[in-house]
Design a binder for this molecule. Sequence first.
Ligand code: UGA
Length: 434
Amino acid sequence: MRVAMIGTGYVGLVSGACFADFGHEVTCIDKDAGKIERLRAGVMPIYEPGLEGLVAANVREGRLFFATEAAEAVREADAVFIAVGTPSRRGDGHADLSYVYGAAEEIADQLEGFTVVVTKSTVPVGTGDEIERIIRARRPEAQFAVVSNPEFLREGAAIDDFKKPDRVVIGTEDPRAQPVMRELYRPLRPLETPILFTGRRTSELIKYAANGFLAMKITFINEMADLCEAVGADVQQVARGIGLDDRIGPKFLQAGPGYGGSCFPKDTLALVRTAADAGSPVRLIETTVAVNEARKKAMAAKIAAALGGDVRGKTVGVLGLTFKPDTDDMRDSPALDIVPTLQAMGARVQAHDPEGANEAAHLLDGVDFMDGPYEAAAGADALVILTEWNAFRALDLDRIKLLMAQPVVVDLRNVYDPTEMAASGFRYASVGRA
Ligand code: UGA
């Protein structure tokens, strides 16, 4: 199959490289000429484990191409994917669909023969209808079907998520589109991956419902963590105790500083707006958004409390700035709330992140970026674990203690064991554990 992938952001690039690896011929298209030039030279615009090698291998095999112009690739394609960004529109939280509709117009002008136009971008319910209307208005005679095929890729594990998905959701009722979509995902057949065909609007909603539910699940365990602290219980054991129930499941029950990233914050807001517009408000998601925002803001006070309530003139070492490990993505990272609040309270912040420092440097003022975890601990009055990178899981605690001005560790990801930390001579605070 021939595939054109419009947009080489996170989703477009990972999906394009994986489809090429499935054996399809894929052209990834982006208007950013510099980005395309770098991709052709093998330089990735994002950090994602395994991506560089996957791109290089498929370029070498002659299955993966990069272009700045959509025309030729769209004309030849069996399927054209729209994988452009849908940021939150400033002010109101609605998804900004201008890039999606721009791509639809561009595709319309080039369609040749029957083509399946697929939205991979996360788009509100009804966007597929609008894309169809745009294309039909520009090219009344064109042969095409508009399909929704949401992605469920986690940053840091995206290639695995694409190649071994729990399910593939395909929203179309067009009988011409179904065989094309089946063929695209045929390599998943040996894994017996469920391929769920639904209506287009249903598929669009499944994506938001999935992210909304997961954000709510995390927020639930975060509230339980606060309650555990208040009543002297242990949230790790609560999570295990409820997670062993099949109906609940153990995943996404890790309490922390609040969810961040490019998806949950944006998608929960968009879901709230869509639901409000439809006159069917989603109050659980509204509350999830509010609770998570408040939580990120409350974390600085928790750190201050570990230092007796006052961080003025104190040095705080921060380990991890990205919203989760194995990515350089800083979007909506809790660090963006926590670090400036600590600074406003009078603290000096020195931080280390294995991959995110470059991104973070654009977003955080006045932070000293350190080369490693021990450098970030040196001279610090408190060391905060903000992101659970593997590199922070087995620190030499004796060395850390010797380096620090005071042996205070605030572990917002519950990486360490409270008893062991106490035995090592640390004053240790974590999330939802006495
Ligand atoms: C999320 C979803 O997990 C993907 O399925 C989805 O495709 C993607 O959004 C998207 O819509 O594109 P991602 O944002 O990469 O993926 O990261 P997650 O692993 O879901 O983590 C999101 C946030 O929740 C992070 O800040 C993480 O630290 C936090 N989290 C996650 C917790 O605090 N506790 C958990 O148990 C799990």
